[in-house]
Structures are given as structure tokens and as C-alpha cells.
Design a protein around this ligand. Structure first.
Ligand SMILES: [Zn+2]
Ligand SMILES: [Zn+2]
Length: 394
């Protein structure tokens, strides 16, 4: 008892000391941060209906990712494509390590007779930019001079940015927090990042922390998935996880554009439900924006809607975890055949805000990769953010 009273007094003394310090702090109430100012009109939001959801894997290695030279046994492109088609993929990014061919991806992976887009599987031109400071996947709808991008890898970030701009490529940071090969470049170079690498969701916590930091800085960096498979496996293989894009056009360029504009979500595997995230910004009951989109907020209420699509387990409960500006906003439960959850909030005027989601629930079997679902556990999907007051010229 005596000890408890002593503890209470000690606590009161600490609280008192804290108050005294804050009473002495001088805060200029009329200080204006010149960086926070109204934006000019933002570009209109693209159609929410004209387009198509396509799924794929954006981090797959073929037989060309082999230090000892091309290894036909390892993972031929023809096998990758056949598998991708068998699980309903619309696109794939075969991203071989460029250092294994000293940057000459154009005459290796892309020159393979199997490396050809057709209407049922769109191929992205790219490579895993494999450098001392980390790895990043490049994506392009058309061939580009990858050798040039490989050659600049050990130069200053400003020089890398110049070459990237000249080549017109999309760059996506891979496994940004490591633990091996973390991304040690400026995120000014980056359009997207791999926030879900491999079927082992739990190892992505620190990458998600970096993502939050970058979103908080005003960068609209798209979060995407990537299995990072190097050879056939029954644990981690093509589609663990699966990235979904809402592409305005059924072309490789449509996929790259969607990746850039963030109309993207990630699901545990090709058969797991897809999360879609919308907002009604003018209270007319009609959704005006989806994940990846950016609108002005004037402090008025916005209604958000979350939908789970596809292979939903109607007898199970899914938990939607909403993150606002890097902090927990709330958890919502959803059930039924076509689960929908709505919530409201008033994103602040002038200053930036963003909202994003993770979805947890029952795992979905992936018979072609039978041990993956157990490793992934109850992580079902994640969305990209809905943005308010982000400067499109960042
Ligand atoms: Zn890598
Ligand atoms: Zn890789």
C-alpha cells in the first residue's frame, strides 16, 4: 500500500514537471508554414468504369537470372508464360538480374523467342536493376536502352534521374527495407515500390514503414507486389502475391500507366479476393475517386467505400484496417457474398491526407503453389492510398 502511494506521488511529480516545461515553451500561433498552401486546380479524375482489372506478377526471374550463364533447367520464359496464363494473368514483368548479363538485357531476356506479348498475356520490358546500393525493377511498354541504365548505377542520384527520364522508364524499388539489398537510393527516382515481396507477408513490415514515410513526404509512390521467384517452388511462386491494376487500355502501356497512377491493389495469390477502395467527395452518393486518385479536400465529410471482389468466402469475416496519414484510423468487419464497408471522415483542408487499407481474413487456397497460403496466413490484400491535396507536380 505504502509503495503504491509513493508511486502515485512520483507519477504526479512527473506530470507536474512535464506541465512546467510546456508552460515555458514559446509557440508562435500566427506562424505560417510557407510550404503548406492551396494548390492550383488538379487534373480531372479518370473514369472509374472505363478500363479493366488485370492481374499479374511484377517480379519474376527466368533462366537468364543465373550467374553461371543461361540455365535452361532453371525457369525458362516459355514455362513462366504458360503458368501465368494458366492462373488467369493478364500481364507479367519478367525482371532478370541485369548484372548477370552486365546490362545486356536486350540481347538476353528480351531476345528470347518466347518473350513476346499476345493479347492474353501482356509482357512488360524490364529488368531487375541489380546494384551495390539496392535493387529496383524497371518497366516499359516498349524496349529501351537498358544498358545505359545499368551503366549509370554507381553514379550520383541526380545523374541516374537524368538517364531514367531520358529513357522514359518506370522504376520500382524492390524489397526496399531488405534485410538483404535494401534500396539505398533517393526515392525521388522511384515511381512505385515493392511493399509486398514474396508469400511471406510478415517480412515486409519495414518496407511498409518506408512507404509511409515517402507518402508523408508528398510522394505518390505506388505500392505493388512481387513474388521474386527464381525457380519453381511449392511455397513461393508466380502470383505470391498477385498485383492487380485497373488499366484504361488493354495494352502493356495501359499496365505501366496504371502502375504509375496507383490504381493498384495487391492480393495474396491469383485466387484471393481483390480489394477496391473508393471515395465520394461531394456527398451525392456516387463514388468519384478510387485508390491512386488525388482530389482537393476542403475539410468537408467524404464517404469512403471498400469492396471485396472475386473469390470471397461468404461464411467468413474479413477485417479492413484503415490507415490515415500513417496512423491507425479504424477497423471494420465485413461479411457476405459481396462484402462492402463504408465509413466517413473529413480530410483536412489545404494540407495533405491519405487513406489506405489492409485486409485480413481467411486464406485462399492456391493449389498450384500448395504451401504458400499457410505461409501468407490471414493477410488477404492491400490497397493503394486515396490522396487529398497532394501536389501533382511533386
Ligand atoms: Zn532483388
Ligand atoms: Zn529479384
Amino acid at each position: 500500500m505504502y509503495k503504491n502511494i509513493r508511486t502515485v506521488f512520483a507519477l504526479l511529480a512527473m506530470i507536474g514537471a512535464g506541465n512546467m516545461v510546456s508552460a515555458q515553451q514559446k509557440i508562435a500561433k500566427d506562424h505560417v508554414n510557407p510550404w503548406i498552401k492551396p494548390l492550383p486546380p488538379l487534373p480531372p479524375i479518370a473514369s472509374l468504369t472505363e478500363g479493366e482489372w488485370m492481374k499479374g506478377d511484377l517480379h519474376v526471374h527466368s533462366s537468364y537470372s543465373s550467374e553461371g550463364g543461361y540455365d535452361p533447367q532453371r525457369h525458362p520464359i516459355s514455362k513462366i508464360k504458360a503458368f501465368a496464363k494458366s492462373v488467369g494473368f493478364g500481364f507479367i514483368g519478367i525482371t532478370d538480374h541485369d548484372n548477370h548479363v552486365l546490362g545486356n538485357t536486350a540481347n538476353n531476356t528480351w531476345a528470347d523467342t518466347a518473350f513476346k506479348s499476345d493479347n492474353s498475356l501482356l509482357m512488360l520490358y524490364g529488368a531487375e536493376w541489380t546494384t551495390t546500393r539496392g535493387h529496383g525493377n524497371t518497366f516499359s511498354a516498349t524496349p529501351y536502352d537498358h544498358q545505359k541504365f545499368y551503366d549509370v548505377r554507381d553514379q550520383r542520384d541526380a545523374d541516374i534521374a537524368k538517364v531514367k527520364k531520358e529513357l522514359g522508364i518506370h522504376l520500382s524499388a524492390n524489397h526496399p527495407a531488405g534485410p538483404k539489398d535494401h534500396f539505398g537510393f533517393s526515392y525521388d527516382l522511384v515511381d512505385a515500390m515493392e511493399v509486398w515481396n514474396s508469400c511471406l507477408w510478415t517480412k515486409n513490415a519495414n518496407s511498409n514503414l518506408i512507404w509511409e514515410d515517402m507518402l508523408s513526404s508528398g510522394r505518390r509512390i505506388t505500392g505493388r507486389g512481387g513474388s521474386d521467384v527464381h525457380r519453381p517452388s511449392d511455397v513461393n511462386y508466380i502470383g505470391t502475391p498477385t498485383t492487380w491494376v485497373f488499366a484504361a487500355k488493354h495494352t502493356s502501356q495501359g499496365v505501366v500507366d496504371a502502375l504509375l497512377n496507383g490504381r493498384v491493389s495487391v492480393s495474396a495469390n491469383p485466387y484471393a479476393p481483390r480489394v477496391e477502395f473508393f471515395a465520394d467527395i461531394n456527398q451525392d452518393g456516387k463514388m468519384d475517386m478510387m485508390m491512386g486518385d488525388n482530389a482537393k479536400a476542403e475539410g468537408k465529410p467524404v464517404k469512403f467505400r471498400v469492396e471485396l471482389k472475386g473469390n470471397v468466402k461468404a461464411d467468413s469475416t474479413y477485417t479492413i484496417h484503415v490507415i490515415k496519414n500513417g496512423s491507425d484510423f479504424g477497423d471494420y468487419k465485413m461479411q457476405g457474398k459481396n462484402p462492402v464497408v463504408e465509413f466517413s471522415d473529413s480530410p483536412r483542408a489545404i494540407q495533405r491526407s491519405y487513406y489506405r487499407l489492409t485486409v485480413e481474413g481467411p486464406s485462399t487456397d492456391y493449389p498450384e503453389v500448395p504451401k504458400s497460403a499457410k505461409v501468407t496466413g490471414n493477410m488477404v490484400a492491400l490497397s493503394n492510398p486515396i490522396y487529398f491535396n497532394f501536389d501533382p507536380k511533386f
